[in-house]
Every structure is written in structure tokens, then in C-alpha cells.
Design a protein. Structure first.
Length: 106
């Protein structure tokens, strides 16, 4: 496993943000950079009260899955060990304004 940081790279006025929410930086443990996107989007879905095991429109529309909105960077200098389960290590997810008011901090 590796530790990955997902970082928003689109400008705040980028029209792609109209369809999703900027969740800020997220740190995950995952198998690859692509898997890091999946782990982050599953964490976001859980915070919104969705079942991440079910591929929903909201999960697929996660900003973490869009390479124009988020970059994924491999991190070597972190307090978290690479060994362990696939999971979100550090994040503060906020629900989209039209959804239930949810927040989950890691």
C-alpha cells in the first residue's frame, strides 16, 4: 500500500465545480493512484450517508474521480504507515448543499 494526497487543482471558478463539491485535501492509504481516487470517493459517500459499496451517481460524480479537479500525489513523508487497510487517513468531508447535512472528520 502507499499513502496518497488528493489535492484540488482546478481554480475555484472552474465550471466543473458546479457538478460536485471541493472537499479540500484528503490523505488516503491505497494500492495505487487510481485506487486512491476510489478510496476518497467512498469516504465522501460514507460521510454523506450513502453506501459506498453501491456505485451511485453521486459516488461516480465525486470530484476525486476527476483528474481535472484533483491531482493525486504519492507521499513518502507522513506520520501514517504504508502497511494497513485501504482507508481515508485524514479528511473533512462536507455534504453537497442539496444533500443531507453531513460531515465526517478523520
Amino acid at each position: 500500500m502507499g499513502i496518497y494526497r488528493l489535492v484540488p487543482i482546478a481554480r475555484p471558478d472552474d465550471s466543473n465545480w458546479d457538478r460536485t463539491t471541493d472537499q479540500g485535501e484528503v490523505l488516503v492509504r491505497a494500492r495505487s493512484s487510481g485506487d486512491a481516487r476510489v478510496v476518497a470517493s467512498e469516504g465522501e459517500a460514507r460521510a454523506a450517508g450513502k453506501d459506498p459499496a453501491v456505485e451511485t451517481t453521486q459516488l461516480l460524480a465525486s470530484a476525486f474521480r476527476d483528474s481535472h479537479l484533483y491531482a493525486v500525489r504519492f507521499v513518502t513523508d507522513t506520520q501514517y504507515p504504508a502497511e494497513g487497510p485501504r482507508e481515508v487517513l485524514k479528511a473533512s468531508f462536507h455534504a453537497v448543499p442539496t444533500g443531507p447535512q453531513a460531515q465526517e472528520d478523520y
